[in-house]
Design a protein around this ligand. Structure first.
Ligand code: ADP
Length: 158
């Protein structure tokens, strides 16, 4: 059974993340969406809120688990019996950071592979920060996030 771990902040989950998860589910038996429990990042939504939004936005998907993790990602992947770390790739700007991380993880554990999935063109410029900025100024975030997230954002910035 091939399990991929998809780590991220997901603050909040966007249609870009969902697109990556859906593509991954065509290649792996199971995808574990792992929400980074890292208070240092000062997220807008608590870990529990982020998990809840992911659950509500992925109801239509099978073979997916939503969890949180802290500490070294490689240790978490091992705990989940996975040797595959999944990351999404957008524009060129992601490349250097992701490349560094993937190679660093490989240095620590050469058995673990990082796999990149390219998002749909529509979501190439989409990220959680932009969505939060639009919502803060009460712009329309409908095209970028699942309905459950749109609702939560509207509540946050009421
Ligand atoms: P992190 O803080 O770890 O970068 P994010 O929640 O921002 O967490 O992203 C998690 C993963 O999803 C990253 O690999 C990121 O590149 C990817 N990702 C985010 N938005 C998109 C998108 N619109 N299209 C494709 N991949 C994306």
């Amino acid at each position: 059974m091939k399990t991929a771990v998809y780590p991220g902040s997901f603050d909040p989950i966007t249609n870009g993340h969902i697109d990556v998860i859906e593509r991954a589910l065509k290649m792996f038996d199971k995808v574990v969406v792992a929400v980074g429990d890292n208070p240092g990042k000062n997220p807008l939504f608590s870990t529990e809120e982020r998990i809840k939004m992911i659950k509500e936005s992925t109801k239509h998907l099978k073979n997916i688990e939503i969890d949180k993790f802290s500490g070294l990602l490689l240790n978490y992947a091992k705990k989940k019996n996975s040797k595959i770390i999944l990351r999404g790739l957008r524009a060129l700007s992601d490349f250097e950071f992701e490349f560094q991380r993937a190679l660093m993880n490989r240095k620590i554990d050469s058995d673990v592979e990082t796999i990149f999935i390219m998002t749909k063109e529509d979501y190439v410029y989409l990220n959680s920060s932009i969505v939060k900025e639009i919502a803060m100024f009460r712009g329309n975030v409908k095209p970028f996030v699942p309905e459950a997230v749109e609702k939560k954002l509207m509540e946050k910035f009421r």
